[in-house]
Design a protein around this ligand. Structure first.
Ligand code: KIV
Length: 272
């Protein structure tokens, strides 16, 4: 078990800031269901993200855009039931916060009230500043998300590295500072140059969690199904696979099929 697990009984937004101040890296993984959340939390992960990547991973959509607020609440409440220690953060899905701050607040309140999660995450910078403030004013902790923001994929046109050019890097730095000033407790930086991510992490007092953003940040997040190798068609450079569960599961399930066909399963000890 990890050191962090022994030291902190329950992770709060304050714990994450303490970790940054102590130089202790923050671990964050996605979870979308009770069983996975229990494993992830039990292994000592600090933050469980109920990401809108559930749209891809759980529902098989090409993008994160189709997942609804009701579906996010279903995933989030399943995760919350499996967690004893970690901080549960939930993505506000596309279309649930972009139109106006009141709608953003209503969506955040539904997530907090109906799932029991601890915080919400929103994609974007100054364009959604008023929504972020409105949610924070209601006492709901907010995590920001800059860089590659998958809800804007049709604007970007590609999932390639963001903020390589000076102009976009400058806007990202300004947005990160704005998120801190507005009161966000952390920011995710997705798929940007490591040098830029390090610079942002060093300039902020709140934790910066990276995905495809190098190791100069305060913590890391990846999609759990990717790191355990359950998904196998996705292999970006930033991903380290710790298992090849796709292959192991395929082997086990084929064996089951063979055993059923051969009337080998169940055997005498496996029946009543
Ligand atoms: O939805 C998600 O999984 C995310 C992470 C990739 C940061 O937002």
């Amino acid at each position: 078990m990890s050191v962090a697990k022994n030291e902190y009984k329950r992770i709060t937004v304050k714990t994450l800031i303490d970790m940054k101040n102590k130089g202790e890296k923050i671990s964050m993984l996605t979870a979308y269901d009770y069983t996975m959340a229990k494993i992830v939390d039990g292994a000592g992960v600090d933050v469980l993200l109920v990401g809108d990547s559930a749209s891809n991973v759980m529902a098989g959509h090409e993008t994160t855009l189709p997942i609804t607020l009701d579906q996010m609440i279903y995933h989030a409440s399943s995760v919350v039931r499996g967690v004893e220690r970690g901080l549960v953060v939930v993505d506000l899905p596309f279309g649930s916060y972009q139109s106006d701050p009141k709608e953003a607040l209503r969506s955040a309140i539904r997530i907090m009230k109906e799932s029991g999660a601890h915080a919400v995450k929103l994609e974007g910078g100054k364009e959604i500043k008023e929504s972020i403030k409105r949610i924070l004013n209601a006492g709901v902790p907010v995590m920001g998300h800059l860089g590659l923001t998958p809800q804007s994929i049709y604007k970007f046109g590609t999932y390639t590295v963001r903020a390589k050019e000076e102009e976009e890097a400058k806007k990202l730095k300004e947005d990160a500072l704005m998120l801190e000033k507005a009161g966000c407790f952390a920011v995710v930086l997705e798929k940007i140059p490591a040098k830029l991510a390090k610079e942002v992490a060093e300039s902020l007092t709140i934790p910066v969690i990276g995905i495809g953003a190098g190791n100069g940040v305060d913590g890391q997040v990846v999609v759990v199904h990717d790191m355990i190798g359950m998904t196998h068609e996705f292999h970006p450079r930033f991903l380290r696979r710790y298992m090849n569960l796709y292959e192991d599961m395929t082997t086990a399930i084929s064996q089951y099929v063979d055993d059923v066909k051969a009337v080998d399963f169940p055997n005498e000890n496996e029946q009543y």
